[in-house]
Design a protein around this ligand. Structure first.
Ligand SMILES: NC(=O)c1ccc[n+]([C@@H]2O[C@H](COP(=O)([O-])OP(=O)(O)OC[C@H]3O[C@@H](n4cnc5c(N)ncnc54)[C@H](O)[C@@H]3O)[C@@H](O)[C@H]2O)c1
Length: 251
């Protein structure tokens, strides 16, 4: 679902292109589903289809991991899960803080999928003093006054911003100054960060707008093909587009 760009060159220093990195979570999700079904091996075609990726691209991506599979057998599912998890840094636990515990922040805090993927919600932070101490998803919300101490105490390097847009840059600056080097931003604003800090932006309304664009185009194509089809059908029936006037006079 992440739609933003990281502030990184297209190729990482270890030689894995950013586009490959962006596909690794897709492979991991598909492989995890296979692993849960105790499937031992998978072909590149099957895995590519499950991940929604072209199989030649998948083979190229896996070559960066040094994983080539076995001809006629495919890839070892468990080993590939381990390899990709290791490459993504998911074999270690990542403490994450969420800042802005409103509708969205609370929903994120309640989402069980983070923990199973190696992300532990270490703290919830909000500027509203009335929220301080109130538990959300079993974690007491802490006031923004504590932000720097929380980051430091928990060794947090990943921050999630779910505040209103107007507060996001200031929250981002504080997170970065406190030592956070990766930010997942849900606020609808572009954040400025220094070199070495990665920002990814999630914006569902942008995704919906892109879908709206495609819907509009599909509707346009349908209307055009219907317009094309009418004279043809009418011709077959010996009638015009209005149904009663012949469009083409019979020879
Ligand atoms: N990316 C997406 O797809 C998506 C979807 C929904 C909402 N949003 C965005 O997420 C943000 C939150 O939405 P919401 O519906 O949860 O809003 P909300 O008003 O319910 O919650 C915002 C919370 O942020 C807190 N806050 C305000 N300023 C703060 C600061 N300086 N430091 C810490 N906390 C602060 C408020 O006290 C409040 O609890 C908005 O920017 C919204 O536009 C994004």
């Amino acid at each position: 679902m992440a739609t933003g760009r990281t502030h990184r060159p297209a190729t990482r220093s270890r030689g894995i292109p950013e586009a490959t990195v962006a596909r690794l979570p897709l492979y991991l999700r598909a492989l995890t589903a296979l692993s849960e079904r105790s499937v031992p091996t998978v072909s590149s075609e099957e895995l590519a289809a499950a991940a929604g990726v072209n199989s030649a691209k998948l083979r190229k991506d896996f070559s960066y991991l040094g994983s080539y599979g076995t001809r006629g057998v495919g890839y070892d599912v468990e080993y590939l899960v381990y390899q990709i998890s290791r490459e993504l840094g998911l074999t270690q636990d990542w403490p994450v803080v969420i800042v802005g515990i409103g509708n969205l922040g609370a929903a994120l805090a309640n989402y069980g999928g983070f923990a199973s993927r190696g992300f532990r919600v270490a703290a919830l932070i909000d500027a509203d003093p009335a929220m301080a101490g109130k538990p959300v998803a079993g974690i007491p919300v802490q006031h923004t006054d504590e932000l720097e101490k929380i980051i430091d105490d928990n060794g947090v390097s990943i921050g999630v911003i779910a505040t209103p847009a107007g507060a996001a840059q200031q929250v981002c600056d504080r997170l970065v100054a406190a030592g956070v080097t990766s930010i997942l931003n849900f606020a609808p604003t572009v954040l400025s960060v220094p070199d070495g800090v990665d920002v990814r932006k999630v914006d569902l309304s942008i995704e919906l707008q892109i879908l709206a664009f495609h819907e509009q185009r599909k509707a346009g194509e349908e209307a055009a093909s219907e317009a094309d089809a009418v004279p043809l059908a009418a011709k077959e029936a010996g009638k015009g587009p209005d149904g009663d006037v012949p469009a083409v006079m019979p020879a």
